[in-house]
Design a protein around this ligand. Structure first.
Ligand SMILES: Nc1nc2c(c(=O)[nH]1)N[C@H]1C(S)=C(S)[C@@H](COP(=O)(O)OP(=O)(O)OC[C@H]3O[C@@H](n4cnc5c(=O)[nH]c(N)nc54)[C@H](O)[C@@H]3O)O[C@H]1N2
Ligand SMILES: Nc1nc2c(c(=O)[nH]1)N[C@H]1C(S)=C(S)[C@@H](COP(=O)(O)OP(=O)(O)OC[C@H]3O[C@@H](n4cnc5c(=O)[nH]c(N)nc54)[C@H](O)[C@@H]3O)O[C@H]1N2
Ligand SMILES: [Mo]
Length: 788
């Protein structure tokens, strides 16, 4: 039988009974019952939480009537400020019954990408997968298998990659552009979370949000934004567009896209010129007094002058003795500024070098680059540097997804250091989303015997599409093929020559269509087991329970991994049930988990606060950093030959007027995130789509009129990589020169194409030297638009 997915769903070839309730929600009204029916039905309450990657982490109290999810309410947290739910959570009552659910395992019958499948049994699907993986492992080794995991999948198949010796990737090259620069200063590897907990914002005088639409992308932290505002903080949003967050801020500064680094460099100059920096903080807590050798651009260390030191500390110029001393020697008073000669070699302090490097980045220069007025940059800097504790908070979608993002991150670290705003009550620099910094605890892990080890990721997954590598099979946990790679045509070329592709997902997302075998997974509401998942978030432990039985023929990720392991003859090493697994994880000596176990969690609505102080979490209050010197390191030796030891502004990789391509493609294409969806999730949520029924290309009326476009026209967006079509939405909120389609729309919702057909995938070679490797510069994209 050869039928397409659509035919197969229409015909109801399988799962006919469940189609009745999923397909006809609005048409038949069978779903809703009169209030009088209440009491006649079987009712139960169960608790789960949202695992989608919106940062909200809402916990749900779910009412199940006659086996169906019927009501979602916010669950009560120990700290009640987190008891929230948004439209996305409420919409699950409809979405989990969506006709887009994968209902049975599928086997591809058409070409990859065509979307032609036939239903098969679980046994056939799992046997096919296991046989293929065994064969690949035998022929090429486990490294020929890549598990590629979406964000927000809670159970990330923690055992199979190790059992197979396979590679595992989660979000390779994503959300790391700014962190690459910042964390070279801090020494951490924490995705740029060098913030205090958002609840500490009430102690801030100034909060600068740079490309950070927190009121949409961490909706549930909105109360902390408004509490800070009420407490007197001045909130300034810097965004090319009048975002939701900009509209609620005290000030909106409209920046030219891709120039965040120029703005921050200008601010550094203003601080230096006006001596608004914290001299003592810089000497005590940063590498500013370290000495740079003129001959090789390296920092001067003890072995440079006295060979044989085992500790080999950095040297500074000690004011007391007027001589070189190890920076950490007792009683040293390091000079912040100066040039000296040591054994015939000229050296200068990092601070002096910074001052020299900044000469090129005048206020005037920054104003021209960023297209923000000089007076505005001056006032912004004064607010930041002189009004007391200040936050410089950014997102992952504004300045991050550009080829020059690391320079912005580095400049941000320097701004925080100059003003003493790192490790300070009411301070912080870095990502301000997800309520990402809060108290945490160490869970135990479930150990496999030592012979089972995953293969470390050979290279970033975007590179796998072009550079020689071992991967022959990709197991998609989620919608990674559409979402994780810019330039979809290149992705398609890669996957068409792979030996084997599997997708495991609750929904028929676009990555499904490229797959050879498809497995239907449960959503966060379904399971075969009473206890499902557990995580630590917002200083609490959250447990999820089964709310309803698996819909259609779906299975939980735990069950799928377990059954696949059984087909490989290796399931004896895995926990028998999720309950056994979560029990083992909680069996930890960490005192912050004292008294928290599965029983006490069940007694407490499945949420308990860790045994931690009531205070907001604040990082680095001891001013000890995980860098080689334990100080904030402003000078990055390893980037000296790239002229980035101190930040040097670079134009965007593609979306810059200096690029010859700009003449042909004069518009910058951005694909920000929206409150209505989480990436490609909720694209099919009917209740939400009342508000955003179709993809809309947002643009300023000026850009539209010069192209003869009217609001609502169908347009084609194109560049040399590809094209897509959508209706346009004209809005003054959008900056001329930048156009936007929110990321995530499935291909089938587009008038034609996919937005990833045009996005820029050219990686910046310098960034291979940085902590996280190169960032995918989705927003660093030039396009042109024409009427269809
Ligand atoms: N509801 C919802 N929440 C989410 C997500 C979601 O999909 N939906 N996704 C989550 C994930 S994984 C991420 S990474 C985060 C992203 O969260 P954010 O970083 O807040 O996301 P964006 O909306 O992509 O970008 C933020 C703002 O940057 C602006 N911007 C665009 N270009 C520039 C620029 O060059 N400079 C500056 N200064 N601003 C610019 C945009 O106009 C936008 O208002 O959100 C998380 N939260
Ligand atoms: N052009 C452009 N591209 C972007 C971005 C951008 O701004 N612009 N943003 C990037 C960013 S910041 C990020 S973080 C990535 C996000 O990329 P992804 O994390 O891949 O995006 P999602 O659409 O959230 O994909 C989640 C998938 O997991 C499935 N899923 C949900 N729950 C479960 C579960 O319990 N089990 C299983 N097996 N599957 C489940 C969902 O149905 C969905 O298909 O996208 C990146 N892509
Ligand atoms: Mo992200």
């Amino acid at each position: 039988m050869k039928i397409s997915r659509r035919d197969f769903i229409k015909a109801g070839a399988v799962g006919t009974a469940s189609m009745g309730l999923s397909g006809s929600l609005f048409s038949s009204n069978k779903w809703f019952q009169p209030v009088s029916a209440k009491g006649k039905s079987q009712e139960k309450i169960a608790f789960t939480y949202h695992t989608t990657n919106c940062g909200g982490r809402c916990a749900f109290k779910c009412t199940v009537r006659d086996g169906k999810l019927s009501m979602i309410q916010p669950n009560t947290w120990t700290d009640k400020r987190f008891s929230t739910v948004c439209l996305k959570g409420l919409s699950e009552i409809e979405r989990i019954y969506s006709p887009d659910r994968l209902q049975t395992p599928l086997k591809r019958v058409g070409e990859r990408g065509e979307g032609k499948f036939v239903p098969i049994s679980w046994n056939e699907a799992l046997t096919t997968i296991a046989d293929k993986l065994k064969e690949l492992k035998r022929k090429y080794g486990g490294k020929s298998i890549l598990f590629s995991c979406s964000s927000g999948i809670e159970y990330t198949y923690p055992f199979l990659p190790s059992l197979l010796g396979a590679q595992f990737a989660i979000e390779s090259g994503i959300d790391i552009g700014l962190a690459n620069g910042l964390e070279e200063c801090i020494g951490s590897k924490a995705y740029g979370y060098v913030q205090n907990e958002t609840s500490d914002w009430v102690n801030s005088s100034t909060i600068i949000l740079l490309g950070c639409n927190i009121l949409e992308t961490t909706l549930t932290d909105s109360k902390f934004f408004f509490k800070a505002k009420d407490a007197g903080a001045k909130i300034i949003t810097i965004d090319p567009n009048c975002s939701t967050t900009a509209s609620k801020s005290d000030q909106w500064i409209r920046i030219k896209p891709g120039t965040d680094g120029a703005l921050l460099l200008g601010m550094i100059s203003v601080i230096l010129d006006n001596q608004w920096y914290q001299h003592d903080y810089l000497v005590k807590n940063t590498s500013s007094p370290f000495l740079i050798r003129a001959d090789n651009q390296k920092l001067l260390k003890q072995n440079d002058t006295h060979e044989g030191s085992t500790t080999n500390p950095y040297l500074v110029w000690d004011e007391n003795s007027n001589s070189l001393k190890p920076f950490n020697a007792p009683g040293v008073k390091a000079k912040l500024e100066g040039e000296f000669t040591v054994d015939g070699v000229k050296v200068k302090t990092v601070f002096t070098a910074l001052k020299e490097n900044q000469k090129q980045y005048t206020l005037k220069w920054a104003a021209e680059k960023s297209e923000i007025g000089e007076d505005i940059i001056f006032e912004l800097t004064r607010d930041y540097a002189t009004r007391g504790p200040a936050v410089l908070g950014w997102g992952f979608g504004g300045g991050d997804k550009w080829a020059n993002a690391d320079i912005t991150g580095h400049s941000g670290g320097i701004l925080g250091a100059l003003t003493g705003n790192i490790g300070r009550v009411g301070g912080g620099v870095g990502v301000a989303l997800y309520h990402g910094t809060s108290w945490s605890a160490q869970l135990s892990s479930w150990e496999l015997p030592s012979q089972f080890k995953a293969t470390p990721l050979e290279m970033t997954t975007p590179d796998m599409r072009e550079k020689p590598n071992s991967v022959k099979a990709v197991i998609n946990l989620g919608n990674t093929l559409q979402q994780h790679f810019a330039n979809l045509h290149k992705t398609e070329k890669w996957i068409k020559q792979l030996d084997f592709i599997v997708t495991i997902d609750p929904f028929h997302n676009p990555s499904v269509d490229y797959s050879d075998i498809v497995l239907p997974a449960c959503t966060a509401f379904e399971s075969e087991y009473d206890i499902v998942n557990m995580q630590i978030n917002r200083s609490h432990v959250l447990l999820s329970q089964k709310v309803i039985e698996p819909l259609h023929e779906s299975k939980s990720d735990f069950r799928i991994e377990k059954e696949l392991a059984a087909k490989l003859g290796l399931d004896q090493y895995l926990p028998k049930t999720p309950e056994e697994y979560q029990k083992a994880r909680l069996n930890s000596p960490d005192p912050r988990l004292k008294g928290i176990n599965l029983n006490t969690l069940k007694e407490n609505n499945c949420i308990m606060r860790l045994q931690v102080p009531d205070e907001p979490y604040r990082g680095y209050m001891d001013q000890i950093y995980p860098t080689p010197s334990t100080k904030l390191e402003l000078y990055h030796e390893k980037l000296a030959e790239d002229h980035q030891a101190l930040p040097t502004f670079e134009e965007p990789g593609e979306a810059s007027p200096n690029n010859p391509l700009f003449k042909k493609y004069p518009l910058q294409f951005s694909s920000a995130h929206t409150k209505y969806r989480v990436h490609s999730q909720f694209t099919n949520a009917k209740w939400i789509n009342q508000y955003q029924p179709e993809p809309r290309l947002e643009m300023n009326p000026l850009d539209a009129s010069s192209r003869g476009l009217q609001n609502g026209d169908l347009v084609e967006v194109f560049n040399d990589r590809g094209t897509f079509k959508a209706r346009c939405l004209l809005t003054e909120a959008y900056r001329p020169g930048q156009i936007r389609l929110h990321e995530g729309w499935w291909s089938k919702h587009m008038a034609a194409g996919n937005l990833q057909n045009v996005t820029n995938d050219v990686l910046n070679p310098r960034q291979y030297k940085l902590r996280y490797g190169p960032v995918i510069p989705y927003n660093d994209t030039l396009v042109e638009v024409k009427k269809v």
